[in-house]
Write a new protein. Structure first.
Length: 108
């Protein structure tokens, strides 16, 4: 996965958690946790901010980072930020993660 992509990983489903998303500052720390028993997506990685779920890593990216997040232990933290107006207008993305520090295998 290219470094430029790893610095702008979209969080999906944030609209389902919009009340909490709206309370987040422009930049914050997110905690990632795998959900191996998620019945909708076997590579589900929940994104938590200030103790509350705010969405999931986008399904097109999650399979590439699932094992690395799982290997990082119970929870892995990373920088996160609110998306820009253009992020929201073009894709509906409310939040973005920076996964550049997550150790990934060379082929991921």
């Amino acid at each position: 996965m290219r470094d430029s992509i790893r610095r702008r990983v979209p969080v999906v489903g944030a609209l389902g958690y919009i009340e909490h998303v709206r309370t987040l500052p422009a930049s914050f720390t997110a905690t990632l946790t795998v959900e191996p028993d998620n019945r909708y997506f076997r590579h589900a990685i929940a994104v938590v901010a200030n103790g509350k779920k705010v969405g999931y890593i986008a399904p097109e990216i999650a399979p590439n980072v699932y094992e690395a997040v799982k290997a990082a232990g119970e929870a892995w933290t990373c920088p996160a930020r609110r998306g820009s107006r253009s992020d929201h207008e073009t894709s509906g993305v409310e939040l973005l993660l920076d996964l550049s520090a997550l150790p990934l295998p060379a082929d991921a």
